[in-house]
Design a protein around this ligand. Structure first.
Ligand code: ATP
Length: 371
């Protein structure tokens, strides 16, 4: 089994020159007031790389730490430990006290709420002009600026005359396209998109996902796509990483990972995705029980033995399906199946769902929870 163990410090094959690399990122929030010693461990030892022109989905349920990771990488939150390398440069060391303008123009964030992210008092043109001005410091002629504004609108599938509209005159999908155009105006290398479609009607979500794919294909932009929707991760992302209680527990090429989930938490997430091929085996009551166990545990509920919780020793990474595969899992229960390239869990995941304290695993107070 030893040849199936992965060193966390070795980037997966094909990622020797990543656009963005996150190493050992941790974030702890103090809670309970000034004199309290309590804290929430929102992120623990997260390693994640995004290749050039690659879309990586970060999936997990509410409270698993996805937004905290994005906010740390966007420098809206200060990580407690770890490093962030953009184009090989350690940005936490380089811009220790203030986020540089060049970082802001290399990496942009698109938020979940297209309604709250645009000030209703301004026309669409204002938001795009502002982004252009920050990036080019007024170095364009008015004609060139106007052409670029119209080009940005066309790129995101909006009509140029909407530059004169106010946000309230646009639909949610159109506003999210404006938010993407605003990010594009600074010509970023990387876009962090935090649930960019979750507040949109189902009918317009696919258009925004297709736009993101087009930007990757035509402009080579790398993206971290944060979502709790596995179906959209499979549709859009080259790779998918699964976050559980602040830790990455599994990562692989999206199609492979979602077809062969190795971590019981990933299996739980996958079981919620409607799939006609799995109709007979989908049991919503069983899934609800498992989900309850995840949310109500103070230790990893998947190891099934509260006396020997997963936190006794951190699990190492294992390749899933052989060393050539870019799919790995961190779980004590994982057992590669000799010769088959397949995998199995050592025991049935989640044997006992009793809630111990009512403290959600996804809101752990100084605890370790990975299986
Ligand atoms: N400013 C904060 N102060 C204290 N705790 C926080 C803070 N921000 C996040 N947390 C905690 O960190 C954990 C991770 O939260 P985060 O918002 O990153 O999760 P998420 O996976 O993005 O969830 P969602 O999909 O609901 O946004 C949660 O337990 C949350 O309560």
């Amino acid at each position: 089994m030893s040849n199936a163990i992965l060193s966390p410090s070795v980037p997966p094959a094909g990622l020797q020159d990543p656009a963005l690399e996150i190493r050992g990122l941790g974030k702890t929030f103090p809670i309970g007031g000034l004199f309290s010693r309590q804290s929430v461990r929102a992120l623990h030892d997260v390693d994640l790389s995004i290749g050039r022109g690659e879309i990586v989905a970060l999936v997990g349920e509410s409270g698993s730490g996805k937004s905290t990771l994005a906010r740390c990488v966007a420098r809206l939150e200060k990580p407690s430990k770890g490093s962030i390398l953009l184009d090989g440069v350690d940005v936490l060391k380089r811009d220790r006290f203030q986020v540089s303008r060049s970082y802001r123009s290399q990496l942009q964030m698109v938020f979940q709420d297209p309604f709250g992210s645009l000030n209703p008092a301004h026309r669409i043109e204002h938001f795009l002009r502002r982004s252009l001005a920050i990036h080019h410091k007024g170095g364009r002629s008015e004609d060139a600026t106007q052409r670029r504004l119209e080009e940005l609108m066309t790129t995101v599938g909006l009509q140029a005359d909407m530059l004169n509209s106010y946000p309230h005159e646009l639909s949610g999908g159109q506003r999210q396209r404006v938010a993407i155009a605003r990010a594009l105006a600074v010509e970023p290398q990387v876009i962090l998109a935090d649930e960019p479609t979750s507040m949109l009607d189902v009918s317009v979500r696919i258009g925004v996902l297709n736009l993101m794919r087009k930007l990757r294909d035509e402009q080579g932009i790398s993206m971290l796509y944060i979502t709790h929707d596995l179906a959209s991760a499979r549709y859009l992302a080259d790779r998918t990483a699964v976050m559980f209680a602040g830790e990455l527990v599994e990562e692989g090429e999206s199609l492979d990972l979602l077809a062969n989930p190795a971590h019981p938490y990933t299996q739980l997430l996958v079981s919620a995705v409607p799939d006609p091929a799995r109709a007979g085996s989908y049991d919503p009551i069983r899934r609800a029980e498992l989900r309850q166990a995840v949310l109500a545990s103070t230790h990893c509920p998947f190891d099934g033995d509260p006396a020997q919780p997963c936190s006794a020793a951190e699990p190492v990474r294992h390749h899933v399906g052989g060393p050539a595969n870019r799919h790995w899992v961190r779980c004590h229960l994982y057992r590669p199946q000799a010769g088959s390239g397949g995998h199995a869990l050592a025991t049935e995941p989640v044997t006992a769902p009793p809630a111990k304290t009512g403290q959600p695993a996804s809101n752990p107070t100084e605890q370790k929870t990975s299986a």
